[in-house]
Design a protein around this ligand. Structure first.
Ligand code: SF4
Length: 433
């Protein structure tokens, strides 16, 4: 902050950006908008009028715009902690707080609807959003070999998911909408509050396909990195593959890990497990991953859910190793033994199959790790807990709809990245009626 004007409002900026601001769990009130001058902040924040997740620049602009209206200084304001409501900024002038509130601004926190703790300490939360939709987030505490504690937040990027991977509880629950960046950020803050310590790692592996909501995911990434001070290398963005998006993500040159959910070593099997794969052939994904590595120097990791008798044979491991070697060195595979979900056609693989698969990769110089299943007694699979409380699936789309949508994205007819505020559902409705 350089100008005098901005310095006058630095306390607002600092207080809103302090991670403690958002270390709160109760609902932020929804205020009605009034005719007070609308600050010239980014369109997205202007629409949602939520302070959480705003960039420093936008916060400065907000303070300046409001000051024009009421000409009050906020110099006496000190950093507050555990702010849930705008009125909790007790050191801001009351008139300023009222102005913000009357213009429809809120801190942007949602209540925790359900909290479940597993025996291993994993905590799964259901957060109830302003429109009453439920979204899952998971906190996973891990002690490493040196005894230091890591706390990973597994965050959702969409309410549900339209891609309907055949093994996934979230896909079975249907799709509602993309999350706003602050709705992603608040998941991390909710986990911090529950554990009363800082989140060290964030993985975008919860509900939804992050690449179908790239703008908000990137904005949340910025906030998590710059404002909440989580290192870029501690953030992983996962994707099952959406045409054109890996290249776009690479162009941002983030130092974060890209995790591609492969689940099969060849196109034919992949299409059975991941219906959306029809629109994005395996070779094209692998080429884009190679380009991602060349542009960012960050190794791409590959997620592979092991489904008993479907994709867990040693032959599949050999084929996978060949595929990864074909597209370049330095790949890492995360093997995920399937978590059983209600109504699924799939079974969890035997431990000996998992070990044989892993050994076959390692012997072909592909590094592999087997993900420990955390929180099995807390509905471990992504989307399971949400489905328990939302028995009626959200309106979903057929595999054909999804295939057509992704084809349209690939052909440039629908650009979910350049026009990210188009909700996926609306885009699909407009294209396919
Ligand atoms: S695995 Fe991921 S992309 Fe596939 S349906 Fe589930 S949330 Fe969506």
């Amino acid at each position: 902050m350089t100008s005098v004007a901005v310095l006058r409002h630095a306390p607002l900026v600092r207080s809103v950006q302090s991670r403690a601001l958002a270390v709160a769990s109760s609902s932020s009130s929804v205020r009605t908008t009034s005719d007070v001058a609308i600050p010239s902040v980014s369109k997205n924040n202007q629409e949602s009028r939520v302070l959480l997740g705003m960039s420093e620049q936008d916060l400065q602009q907000l303070a300046l715009e409001f000051a024009k209206v009421q000409r009050q200084t906020t110099a006496s304001f000190v950093v507050q902690r555990k702010v849930k409501e705008i009125q909790d900024f007790s050191h801001l002038p009351l008139a300023f707080r009222n102005e913000l509130q009357e213009a429809g601004w809120s801190v942007g926190r949602s209540p925790i609807y359900k909290e479940v703790t597993a025996a291993d300490g994993t905590v799964k939360l259901l957060i109830k959003l302003q429109d009453n939709r439920l979204v899952e987030t998971v906190g996973i505490p891990v002690e490493d070999n040196k005894g230091s504690l890591r706390l990973t937040a597994c965050v959702s990027s969409q309410v549900g998911c339209p891609l309907r991977c055949s093994f996934c509880a979230t896909g079975k629950g249907g799709f509602s909408r993309n999350l706003k960046s602050h709705e992603i950020v608040e998941q991390v803050l909710a986990i911090e509050e529950i554990f009363k310590r800082r989140v060290t790692n964030v993985v975008f592996m919860g509900m939804g396909e992050p690449m179908l909501n790239m703008k908000e995911v990137l904005e949340a990434h910025r906030c998590l990195n710059k404002d909440i001070q989580i290192g870029q290398r501690m953030i992983t963005i996962s994707s099952v593959g959406v045409p054109n998006t890996i290249r776009k993500l690479a162009s941002h040159k983030l130092q974060s890990t890209l995790a591609i959910s492969l689940h099969a070593p060849n196109q034919k099997l992949r299409e059975k497990i991941v219906p959306s794969a029809k629109s994005y052939p395996l070779d094209a994904i692998m080429k884009d991953c190679k380009d991602y590595f060349l542009q960012t120097s960050r190794r791409v990791s590959f997620e592979y859910t092991l489904l008993a008798g479907v994709n867990d044979a040693v032959e599949h491991a050999i084929e996978l190793a060949e595929l990864l070697h074909e597209w370049g060195p330095g790949s890492h595979v995360n093997l995920i033994p399937f978590n059983p979900i209600e109504g699924s056609e799939y079974q969890r693989p035997y431990k000996k199959s998992v070990l044989a698969f892993s050994a076959a990769l390692e012997s072909r110089k592909v590094t592999a790790s087997v993900r420990q299943t955390r929180g099995l007694d807390a509905s471990a699979a992504c989307g399971q807990l949400r489905n328990e409380f939302q028995k009626i699936p959200l309106p979903g789309r057929s595999s054909r709809d999804v295939y057509e949508l992704l084809s349209a994205v690939e052909q440039g007819k629908v650009d979910l990245i350049e026009a990210p505020d188009i909700e996926l559902t609306k885009a699909m409705d407009r294209e396919y009626g």
